[in-house]
Design a protein around this ligand. Sequence first.
Ligand code: C5P
Length: 234
Amino acid sequence: MNRDFFIALDFSTSAEAISLVKMLPTEHLYYKIGMELFFREGERILYTLAEAGKRVFLDLKLYDIPNTVSRAIASLAAYPFYMVNVHLLGGEMMVREALVAAHHLSFQPRVIGVTILTSYDIDALAAIFPGNERILPEEWARYLAVQGKQWGIEGVVCSPHEAALIKESCGNDFLTVTPGIRFSDEKAHDQKRVATPERARREGCDFPVVGRAITEDFSKAESNYERFLFAWNV
Ligand code: C5P
């Protein structure tokens, strides 16, 4: 079973991100850089982590016309990273062009597709559809995952709630990267489709993404890291 997971470096400065990286054991970690850190620090943070041999998931959730997404990925050629993601709602052409652009990078990052953000529940989702049509987030996520697989994507970002469903439709090798991880005694913040590490494991998630459950309180980061690892690997 996979023991590795992504830790979300959701900080506004490299200094904070690097101090967390130094604080935690690195063995099981991939480091997720999102928009906040990347917009502030740009490629310098990729350089710093690449120099230190860290595995990076560049969580930019690209979503634009195909040409723009393709050129955005092509412009990330300077420093290697392990994975990048695009919104599956961007459609087939955007996804296929993203895959081609990634394939042309020397380090060949994996490209995965964002299904339905874990901050959506059924009500929030209905609010963006004409006539407030109510579609279950897990059905939407599964549908997008199946489409993404046909377009060449090798995995998705989804909630732990739908990881098993997606594997049932897309196969066990299809990667599920799952944010929305919370300990049972913790608040969900802005996330809606949350799950404990134990549930993420039962649902067969490949890579949980853990942010505030570990990083919110620096003084507890090490003990929360151990707590997560224990629950994820029971
Ligand atoms: O702090 P928390 O564990 O909620 O952080 C989750 C992380 O995963 C954030 O960095 C967020 O941007 C990211 N993410 C997400 N939902 C997605 C994709 C990524 O929450 N669908």
